[in-house]
Design a protein around this ligand. Structure first.
Ligand code: G3I
Length: 305
């Protein structure tokens, strides 16, 4: 294949990007996005603050812009994210207890119902585990409603949209030896053993010199897959430049290709200038839309299968 999506299709996988609705009118951006990618994630537009700005008053205008663009161009969509400690609307941030639990479940149901039948996979819960060595949950208003809030969210999502794959998504869960990875692994294992509906694990995979691509990345993918879930690389970006950056992108791509249940890769933006890392160059296209060495490394790796 001569594009990322075509090369990925050769092994039955997808290649995706995050899209910002506000950039869709930029023709350089939308031309690259349309040509190269066949899986779309809304970078911010389907989050809790965007979709329920006032309690029980849902707003899907920006999320729908992205969904419609994707559908018109024959692309699938990953939904991001139904429940998260961050980017909650103001009204939710100070809620607690049963009131918050019910508001969260109402949100999951409302958003998943609106997009029913149109989403390949939902990040049902995002970033619920703590950084550091505890291997436990992150403290948040949602966690303080009872640690079973995560499975309650997954059950609500399944009921609202039985056709969507349901994922748990997190960062710094790429190194198999890290306590955070082990904590997520234990939760997924527990969910599978108790029949809590979960279909996939998202490895965000935001890499930089402080948190580089781990040598055991493929092991992590294999271990999660062995639990009976798909693994998706959901927000890939890698700080760096030139051949070193290209080599890191090659390693990540190869690790996914080596595991049958790693079903696709999404990069977190199109051009370096579209990245959330304001001053970084972590993506596959430069600010002018030119293909970087990292792009060629990914394309060649996808084509080598
Ligand atoms: O849209 C408003 C604009 O109206 C306002 O004037 C401006 C001033 O602050 O803010 C704009 O909103 C910003 C939004 O991005 C859109 O650009 C928010 O402040 C900013 O916080 C938000 O950042 C996003 C971040 O998530 C928030 O947590 C990034 O774009 C987005 O790339 C990033 O994505 C996350 C994933 O969802 C989860 N994993 C980590 C990843 C990277 O942080």
């Amino acid at each position: 294949g001569s594009t990322l999506q075509d090369a990925a299709k050769g092994s039955g996988r997808y290649f995706g990007t995050a899209i910002a609705a506000s950039r869709l009118n930029d023709s350089t951006y939308s031309t690259i996005a349309n040509r190269e990618f066949n899986m779309i994630t809304a970078e911010n537009e389907m989050k809790m603050d965007a979709t329920e700005p006032n309690q029980n008053q849902f707003n899907f205008s920006q999320g729908d812009r992205i969904l419609n663009w994707a559908q018109q161009n024959g692309k699938q969509v990953r939904g991001h994210a139904l429940a998260w400690y961050s980017q909650q609307p103001g009204w939710m941030q100070n809620m607690s207890g049963t009131q918050l639990r019910n508001a969260m479940l109402n949100h999951v149901t409302g958003v998943a119902t609106h997009y029913k039948g149109k989403i390949y996979a939902w990040d049902v819960v995002n970033e619920a585990f703590a950084d550091g060595s505890s291997g436990g949950r992150r403290d948040s208003n949602l966690e303080r409603t009872g640690s079973d809030w995560i499975e309650a969210a997954f059950r609500a999502a399944r009921a609202a949209d039985p056709g969507a794959k349901l994922c748990y998504n997190d960062y710094n869960t790429d190194d198999w030896t890290h306590a955070k990875t082990q904590g997520v692994y234990r939760m997924v294992s527990d969910f599978k053993s108790r029949g809590v509906p979960i279909d996939c694990v998202g490895l965000q995979s935001h890499f930089n010199p402080q948190s580089p691509v781990p040598a055991n990345y493929q092991t992590t993918i294999e271990r999660f897959a062995a639990l009976g879930v798909d693994v998706q690389i959901t927000e890939l970006d890698i700080e760096g430049s030139g051949q070193q950056q290209a080599e890191n992108f090659r390693k990540v791509t190869q690790a996914c290709l080596n595991v049958a249940r790693c079903t696709g890769i999404t990069v977190w933006g199109v051009r370096d200038t579209d990245s959330w890392r304001a001053s970084g160059t972590p993506l596959l296209f430069d600010g002018s839309g030119n293909k970087k060495a990292a792009y060629t490394a990914v394309l060649d790796t996808l084509n080598s299968v």
